[in-house]
Design a protein around this ligand. Structure first.
Ligand SMILES: Cc1cc2nc3c(=O)[nH]c(=O)nc-3n(C[C@H](O)[C@H](O)[C@H](O)COP(=O)(O)O)c2cc1C
Length: 270
């Protein structure tokens, strides 16, 4: 059975997972969501479809939510999703399930995969995450690798699996916080700046999933359509991009199994 996996990944966790799943499933097209986001309509032709993306503010990144709305399905019989996260998925996969339902697609399986966090979290962000952890209920999953074999065996055999989520309370609080967060994220790019180490290599422009960065007088400027994904911050080879409130000497990091070239690619095929 042919599979299409649509992915969004800024710091590499979701793409690393997508690559592994594709290799195990075989006959799979990996397609980058940012590369299609400006199309008006996207038709899914394969009988199996997957979505792999990070959790942002207890929900789907804005770019993923916008993307799902553009989808039309031709022959899809089985849909699955994996949301990588730092520990609190809340109702993210339920949000996707609801969005797919509008296109008469049933989300057959939804997995939460907790992965090492590479994004700089502010004190406020950490406090909210700590609070969300405290109300999220028991959510202890096996490690990244152990989860992989479990997920592959379910998806390979088109088996149903519960849509993984946290407690009712956590989901409610999460979806309340999500709505406000999506508005603030869009303009949170006003907190980015660039220092004198910038060599105007253009990598931040190319890596931005929303085309939200332009070079002006050899310096990046942000255009207020931000996902707050931190791809520009993490992948800047000179570590020249700063975010207000984060220590100037913070080590940039990303998933080691993914390269810059892969992050900016359209996708690949197995
Ligand atoms: C703006 C932002 C918001 C995030 N919100 C959450 C969250 O609500 N819950 C959580 O567990 N992780 C959260 N994370 C962590 C990411 O979901 C996690 O690091 C993910 O694996 C990143 O995927 P990627 O490496 O494919 O970009 C957030 C990260 C960012 C950048």
């Amino acid at each position: 059975m042919q599979t299409t996996i649509y992915y969004f990944s800024a710091t590499g966790n979701s793409l690393a997972m997508a690559k592994k799943i594709a290799t195990h499933l075989g006959n799979t097209k990996l397609i980058s969501i940012p590369k299609l986001i400006n199309q008006n309509e996207i038709t899914v032709m394969t009988s199996k479809v997957g979505f792999i993306f990070p959790v942002y503010a207890w929900g789907m990144p804005r770019i993923v939510a916008d993307f799902v709305e553009k989808l039309k399905f031709k022959n899809t019989e089985y849909a699955f999703a994996i949301a990588t996260n730092a520990g609190t998925i809340a109702g993210t996969l339920l949000q996707l399930q609801k969005a797919l339902k509008k296109s008469n697609i049933h989300l057959n399986a939804g997995f939460s995969v907790t992965a090492p966090n590479h994004t700089p979290l502010s004190e406020d962000g950490l406090a909210i995450i700590k609070f969300m952890h405290s109300i999220s209920g028991k959510q202890v999953y096996a490690s990244y690798e152990e989860r992989l074999s479990e997920i592959v065996s379910i998806v390979k055999n088109n088996q149903p699996h519960k849509i993984e989520t946290t407690s009712w309370l956590s989901n409610k609080v999460g979806s309340f916080l999500y709505k406000g967060a999506m508005k603030t994220f869009q303009v949170a790019d006003q907190n980015f700046s660039v220092n004198e180490n910038c060599t105007h290599c253009n990598k931040c422009v190319t890596v931005c999933p929303r085309n939200n960065i332009k070079m002006k007088e050899n310096k990046p400027v942000w255009l207020n359509n931000c996902e707050l994904c931190f791809a520009c911050f993490e992948w800047c080879p000179m570590e020249a991009i700063q975010y207000k409130g984060t220590p100037k000497d913070l080590k940039r990091s990303h998933n080691d199994e993914v390269t810059y070239e892969e992050i900016i690619a359209k996708g690949s095929e197995t």
